[in-house]
Structures are given as structure tokens and as C-alpha cells.
Design a protein around this ligand. Structure first.
Ligand code: FMN
Length: 215
């Protein structure tokens, strides 16, 4: 039905959404496809809680309050900081925000906690006793979900920024203490008039990440 190569190329992080709701039937189709993702011992460790309407709005308010009082940045080893700076240059550049414009950069960061205007956000969790291989399974699920949504014209942004305030999310959405909150996923229709939604964030060459050994 869809061209996989093209869908992979079409997927980009959306950082401004329209308020238009996502039809539940389309979301259900994508969720059914994502459910086919592989997982370690087929334990299907992904757990998603979707918030929309008043739940979404309450979550946004609680997260924004906290993020304004106590700004948090998800940690990154110094060897990888370069990539974050490069990404910032590309995304903020497309938004017309210069490197020195701290006030507008801070406002742009807070947009994470508004889910970039998406009408719906999913909180992605897994059981706290599971490990790295299981987080990998959740990642494979998430990519399958995101591609299935992309193929249906629906935009997404994976948001690890939300996981810097796990207790706020846990309280607002009554998420069990057994579940580790990994990240959020903003879901909605991309605003076509927002230049940063059309970015092609650069990648390293394949050779930087992959090597072949032997004959
Ligand atoms: C695990 C993960 C966490 C991410 N967290 C955030 C986030 O908190 N905020 C954000 O704006 N983008 C976030 N992103 C999006 C990445 O910045 C983005 O995927 C990357 O820069 C490549 O750009 P592209 O998705 O447009 O191809 C995240 C992506 C992943 C996979």
C-alpha cells in the first residue's frame, strides 16, 4: 500500500502541529501495525498512555510550570555534545533564533512541554525491571509506529525531554510506579507553514557508523 523507502525519507520530526485531531481509525491502523514489531522473547515490552483533550491540557500545564521553575536538559556525554549543537543550529536557525538569543531559545525549549501544539501525546514506558535489549524492542516498536503514522500523513516528534519530569507525568496520568517513563511522542498533523517542519537534519556518512570485516 505504501512505499517504505519513501516513507522513511518522508519522516521528519514535527515541531509545530495543527490543532486538527488525528482520526482514531488512522491511529488504530498504525498501532495495529506497530504491534507487529519484534521484541526480545516476544515480550512486547512497550506500554503507551495517550493523553488528549483535557488530560493533555492538564499535563501540559503541569509540565510547563515545572519546566519554567526548574529547567532540565536530558544529559549527554561531552563527546556527543557537538551533535546537539549542530541540531540546535539547524532547528533554531530555521526558526530565525540566533545562537545568542537566549530568551527565545528558552521559549523554544518550553515548546517541548506544549508537545509542539500536538493535539495528542503518548507517554512511552516499559517495566522498570527490564533492560537495554528491551529498551531496544521499545525503540523498534516506536519506529514502526512513527513510520506507520508518517505513511498516513501524520507527523510525530519523539520527546525524551518529557522524561526529565517523570513524576509529573506519573501523577497526571496515573502511571504505575512499576513503569519506567522513557519518552513522549507528540502526534498530529504538521503545520506546513512552519519552516522547521521541512528540515532535513544532516546525517553522518554510513562509513562513520558501520564497518565491514573479513573478505
Ligand atoms: C529517543 C529520541 C528522543 C528525542 N527527544 C527529542 C526532544 O526531546 N525534543 C525534540 O525536539 N526532538 C527530540 N527528538 C528528535 C531528534 O532531535 C531528531 O530525531 C533528530 O534530530 C533527527 O531529526 P529528524 O527526526 O527530523 O530526522 C528525539 C528523537 C529520539 C529518537
Amino acid at each position: 500500500m505504501f512505499d517504505l523507502d519513501q516513507t522513511i525519507k518522508d519522516r521528519h520530526s514535527t515541531r509545530k502541529f495543527l490543532s486538527q485531531p488525528v482520526p482514531r481509525a488512522l491511529l488504530d491502523e498504525a498501532l495495529a501495525l506497530a504491534q507487529l514489531a519484534p521484541s526480545n522473547s516476544n515480550i512486547q515490552p512497550w506500554r503507551l498512555v495517550f493523553a488528549q483533550g483535557d488530560r493533555r491540557d492538564r499535563l501540559q500545564e503541569a509540565l510547563l510550570n515545572q519546566a519554567k521553575q526548574q529547567p532540565n536538559v536530558s544529559p549527554l556525554p561531552s563527546a556527543f555534545q557537538y551533535y546537539r549543537q549542530e541540531l540546535g543550529a539547524q532547528v533554531y536557525g530555521a526558526m530565525g533564533i540566533t545562537r545568542d538569543d537566549k530568551a527565545n531559545r528558552q521559549l523554544a525549549v518550553l515548546r517541548n512541554y506544549e508537545f509542539f501544539g500536538a493535539p495528542m501525546v503518548a507517554i512511552v514506558c516499559m517495566h522498570q525491571d527490564l533492560g537495554v535489549a528491551d529498551a531496544l524492542s521499545v525503540g523498534m516498536y516506536l519506529q514502526t509506529l512513527v513510520l506507520s503514522l508518517t505513511a498516513r500523513g501524520i507527523g510525530t516528534c519523539v520527546e525524551v525531554s518529557l522524561a526529565t519530569y517523570p513524576e509529573i507525568i506519573r501523577n497526571e496520568l496515573n502511571i504505575s510506579p512499576e513503569l519506567l517513563i522513557i519518552c513522549g511522542l507528540a502526534v498530529g498533523y504538521p503545520d506546513p507553514d512552519f519552516p522547521a517542519n521541512h528540515l532535513h537534519i544532516s546525517r553522518e556518512s554510513v562509513e562513520k557508523n558501520v564497518s565491514f570485516q573479513g573478505d
